[in-house]
Design a protein around this ligand. Structure first.
Ligand SMILES: Nc1ncnc2c1ncn2[C@@H]1O[C@H](COP(=O)(O)OP(=O)(O)O)[C@@H](O)[C@H]1O
Ligand SMILES: O=C(O)C1=C[C@@H](OP(=O)(O)O)[C@@H](O)[C@H](O)C1
Ligand SMILES: [Mg+2]
Length: 170
């Protein structure tokens, strides 16, 4: 399918942004992170949630993701993006890699205060959101990788090889 070479989905702090960036670098193609585009155009995610509410953020996010999926790039989504029906629909036919992680491994990764949905209840909220979202993630994913116990670079190298093999890139 034309457009994105691979798309990363999964729960908050699974490594979608970091791993996606490294996969893109290894493949020599552009990297698009939906949150980074939103922040560049509209300011910090936490401020958008406070000032305009989550539905407004989801609308901005869906527009950014649908446009990004048209690009020959590696695309990383925010954790909640696949729950928006327009995003789920647009993902059909793409190579969608679900990055997962255990609650134990994620606990030390979520302390940066940039994720408004974890601001009050941290890991408890993370677990609840994962339970709600996992069936959707699994329905959309064409491949799944657990990032709990392996270095980012190893995971990125393996995933870049996988894309190369499929796309016959040099
Ligand atoms: N495999 C990994 N091992 C250790 N730390 C990781 C791993 N993947 C991600 N992290 C850390 O978790 C944090 C969140 O990563 P990030 O890529 O922003 O996740 P996401 O985009 O899925 O929310 C970062 O501090 C990152 O360094
Ligand atoms: O799971 C979510 O609903 C969210 C995940 C975040 O992205 P990461 O998954 O990259 O942390 C960001 O889009 C926003 O804070 C909401
Ligand atoms: Mg991210």
């Amino acid at each position: 399918m034309a457009g994105a070479l691979v798309v990363f989905i999964g729960p908050m702090a699974a490594g979608k942004t970091r791993i996606g960036k490294r996969v893109a670098k290894r493949l020599g193609v552009p990297f698009i992170d939906s949150d980074k585009v939103i922040v560049a155009e509209h300011g910090p995610v936490a401020e958008i949630f406070v000032e305009h509410g989550e539905p407004h953020f989801r609308a901005l996010e869906a527009a950014v993701v649908v446009a990004a999926l048209e690009e020959p790039a590696v695309v990383s989504l925010g954790g909640g993006a696949p729950m928006t029906p327009a995003v789920a629909k647009a993902l059909a036919g793409h190579d969608v890699v679900l990055l997962t992680t255990s609650p134990e491994a994620v606990e030390s990764r979520i302390g940066d205060g940039r994720r408004p949905l974890l601001a009050e209840r941290g890991i408890e909220a993370w677990i609840e959101l994962l339970e709600q979202r996992l069936p959707t993630y699994e329905a959309l994913a064409t491949h799944t990788v657990d990032t709990s116990r392996r270095p980012i670079d190893h995971i990125a190298a393996e995933l870049a090889d996988r894309v190369r093999a499929r796309e016959h890139l040099a």
